[in-house]
Design a protein around this ligand. Structure first.
Ligand SMILES: Cc1cc2nc3c(=O)[nH]c(=O)nc-3n(C[C@H](O)[C@H](O)[C@H](O)COP(=O)(O)OP(=O)(O)OC[C@H]3O[C@@H](n4cnc5c(N)ncnc54)[C@H](O)[C@@H]3O)c2cc1C
Length: 320
């Protein structure tokens, strides 16, 4: 039976859930307090790969996540007729011996993690780097806008409105919360324990042509010609979610100079910010039925692109 869903939150999660529910024939009204394309998802630098963290431990559900993400991005790209993928593999630079050892081990174990043998004139001499062949970089904001347009073309309605309480949505059959870092604003998440970590990324021009590269922080092309994203901060204490250029420069440029030869030539033209939300000690997303009428998907942390499409699909299947 077709139902009328209210989805709150127009980030990677909310829009992907909407897409799946619309394709299953349901009606969807999407709510967001902000304009489309102005949230944490739109600020993301677009890196998606299965080897996160300092020690590049293989992420759980990486195959399912990557397959679902690639399939969804291709579908949205075909619909919007705009290129969303800005890099089809990522470079990872070993920053110390421990990482070098781990990356060497990964290169033995995985076909999609290979030692870079070519000259890489943009990284500091003496550093070894590896290609993540299964990684990619996407243009996050353009993806959000295209995903929104695709959902709209399938009949989704949108209201730019802050939902203050769940009873505002009593007329809907079911409510899906995809609130990102504001997840505890509408329901009590009890003592489950989540982290809110502010992230800022610099936007600017770089003197050299660089592939999407992860070292201590990262650099990746943005869709604007000649522009790059350089990231990122991990601020556990912050007064405001808004960008702060001086703080971002101080925290990012120093990191970049530890692996990029010409980091001091990065000409900063802007800064973006957002807040990551993740479970303490558990990198997997949080998906739960809060009641018979309310379901939540959140806790993507820094892995929104790896996990959003897969978990949104699982959630939509449960609600069908
Ligand atoms: C600087 C930075 C760089 C990043 N880079 C990457 C990257 O390269 N790769 C990657 O995979 N991840 C990256 N991330 C993480 C990624 O952005 C998140 O995992 C992802 O955006 C989470 O998506 P979401 O849909 O859960 O939340 P969000 O994108 O935060 O969406 C939640 C939405 O809910 C809305 N909302 C909240 N409360 C209400 C309410 N009461 N009423 C109405 N609307 C409401 C908000 O306005 C927002 O639009 C980065 C994050 C940051 C900050």
């Amino acid at each position: 039976m077709n139902k009328h869903f209210a989805i709150v939150g127009a980030g990677f999660c909310g829009l992907s859930i909407a897409l799946n529910l619309l394709k299953a024939g349901h009606s969807v009204t999407l709510f967001d307090k902000n304009p489309i394309g102005s949230n944490t998802s739109s600020a993301a630098s677009g890196l998606c790969h299965p080897f996160p963290g300092f020690l590049a431990r293989t992420a759980q559900f990486e195959k399912e996540g990557r397959c679902a993400t690639v399939a969804q991005i291709k579908e949205v790209q075909e619909f919007a007729k705009v290129p969303l993928i800005t890099a089809r593999r990522l470079l990872r630079v070993a920053m110390n011996e421990k990482q070098q050892k781990r990356f060497e081990q990964l290169a033995q174990e995985r076909d999609d993690f290979t030692k870079a043998t070519e000259l890489l004139p943009f990284i500091k001499s003496g550093m070894q780097a590896y290609w993540i062949e299964s990684g990619m970089a996407i243009e996050s904001r353009a993806y959000i806008v295209a995903l929104f347009d695709m959902c709209t073309s399938l009949g989704m309605k949108f209201e730019q409105k802050a939902i203050a309480k769940l009873s505002d949505l009593d007329q809907f059959d079911h409510i899906v919360l995809a609130l990102g870092a504001d997840s505890d604003s509408l329901i009590d998440l009890g003592n489950r324990g989540f982290n809110r970590v502010k992230g800022q990324v610099l936007v600017g021009q770089y003197s050299q042509e660089v592939p999407a590269t992860i070292g201590k922080g990262y650099i990746a092309k943005s869709s604007e010609t000649g522009h790059y994203h350089m990231g990122s901060t991990y601020e556990h204490q912050f007064e405001s979610d808004e960008p702060n250029l001086e703080v971002a420069k101080e925290l990012i440029l120093g990191k970049a100079s530890s692996y990029l030869k010409e980091a001091n030539q990065f000409e900063v033209s802007g800064v973006k910010s957002g807040v990551r939300y993740s479970r303490k000690n558990n990198p997997l997303p949080f998906m739960e039925s809060i009641s018979s009428r309310v379901t939540i998907l959140t806790g993507m942390g820094s892995r929104g692109l790896l996990y959003h499409a897969y978990f949104a699909k699982q959630l939509a299947l449960k609600l069908n």
